[in-house]
Design a protein around this ligand. Structure first.
Ligand SMILES: NC(=O)c1ccc[n+]([C@@H]2O[C@H](COP(=O)([O-])OP(=O)(O)OC[C@H]3O[C@@H](n4cnc5c(N)ncnc54)[C@H](O)[C@@H]3O)[C@@H](O)[C@H]2O)c1
Length: 325
């Protein structure tokens, strides 16, 4: 049995991670300010694991002492708390930068003082506009847009987190691993902050127009959250993963038009599919990538991980969850 601290434990990936760790008989502390996370996720876990799940509602920027205290009892920390979602990031640039820079600095600093195994969440956004010509590897050059485009502030903050994590590894021997999540989907993910699959499924279930941004020809890759959690926990005990960056994602691509059509057909929806220009959906000059595909050979070689759950199955799970929530 191990004891964990999961920051962002009320969130989509965080709550699934807590649940997987609790199911294995571990004890889990969660810190989350519920800004994009949901109290319902916390309550499910509290109800199921009253003795081994302890949640604190607090912002990580203000939780230095709490983190230090919890880390006294902890073996491993997963740092997932962050300002996320393209819409959220574009609408709240200051909060995004503060949470992702200051919050991670506090977590890494406390983890280093106690030499704790640490796994931190980064994002495929750090690749920016690179990747039009093929799958992205952890060692590839990054291609971010201009600072005038608010969107890239999220990538820059996560990239700074990556550098800080690797700097703590180099200078203080912190046993840290950086994860670059590509689009992760599943039940408990909400569409409010710009996540495409829950929005499409929600619109289809309500027979409202499915809004595809841009020309719909841009592709994305979607990984089921259960597969993502297996990748995370699979890396935790591997010495070779320390001081390293790993992509976690599903390399299978789908265009946004095809995704909209697939969801509409699967859910037997009467929604029409409409195209909305990026300028209208976000703001003037908004930049998007045509494609972003993960190369997952590094994690596959180390722990034999690859995604197992199809997009079709995942959409079934999401729509059942949305219909019952
Ligand atoms: N879901 C994806 O496709 C995806 C892709 C790339 C990266 N990520 C990364 O994975 C992590 C989890 O993302 P998610 O998809 O579960 O999103 P999420 O919004 O569900 O989870 C983030 C959690 O962090 C919490 N949080 C935000 N600011 C906080 C603060 N200052 N203090 C304490 N808690 C705070 C939120 O309330 C939320 O519960 C994030 O670090 C995100 O950047 C996710």
């Amino acid at each position: 049995m191990k004891t964990y601290l999961v920051t962002g434990g009320a969130g989509f990936i965080g709550s699934h991670l807590c649940e997987a760790l609790l199911e294995k008989g571990n004890k889990v502390y969660s810190i989350d300010d519920l800004s994009t996370g949901r109290i319902e996720n916390v309550n499910i876990l509290k109800e199921k694991y009253p003795d081994s799940f302890i949640h604190h509602t607090s912002s990580i920027e203000d939780a230095g002492e709490l983190i230090a205290d919890i880390l006294e009892k902890c073996d491993v920390i997963y740092h997932l708390a962050a300002a996320v979602g393209v819409k959220n990031v574009v609408d709240n640039p200051i909060r995004t930068l503060k949470t992702n820079l200051r919050g991670t600095e506090i977590v890494l600093d406390e983890a280093a003082k106690k030499d704790k195994r640490t796994i931190i969440a980064s994002t495929s956004e750090v690749y920016g506009k690179a990747g039009e010509n093929g799958a992205l590897k952890e060692t590839d050059d990054l291609l971010l847009g201009s600072s005038y485009h608010t969107r890239w502030g999220y990538a820059v903050s996560k990239l700074a987190d990556e550098h800080l994590a690797l700097a703590y590894h180099k200078e203080k021997s912190l046993p840290v691993t950086v994860i670059r999540f590509f689009n992760t989907i599943g039940p408990r993910q909400i569409g409010t902050y710009g996540m495409v699959v829950p929005r499409f499924v929600g619109w289809a279930l309500r027979n409202e127009p499915i809004q595809v941004y841009g020309d719909g020809k841009q592709t994305r890759c979607f990984c089921f959250v259960g597969d993502t959690i297996n990748a995370l926990t699979g890396l935790e005990d591997r010495k070779e993963a320390v001081g390293e960056i790993f992509n976690i994602g599903n390399p299978k691509e789908i265009s946004m038009d095809s995704l909209a059509n697939m969801i509409k057909e699967k859910l037997k929806s009467s929604s029409e599919i409409v195209h909305v220009p990026y300028d209208k959906a976000y703001s003037k000059g908004f930049e998007d990538m045509k494609r972003r595909v993960p190369d997952i050979s590094k994690i596959k070689e180390l722990i034999g991980w690859e995604p197992k759950t199809s997009l079709d199955e995942t959409i079934n799970l999401i729509s059942s969850w949305m219909s019952s929530d």
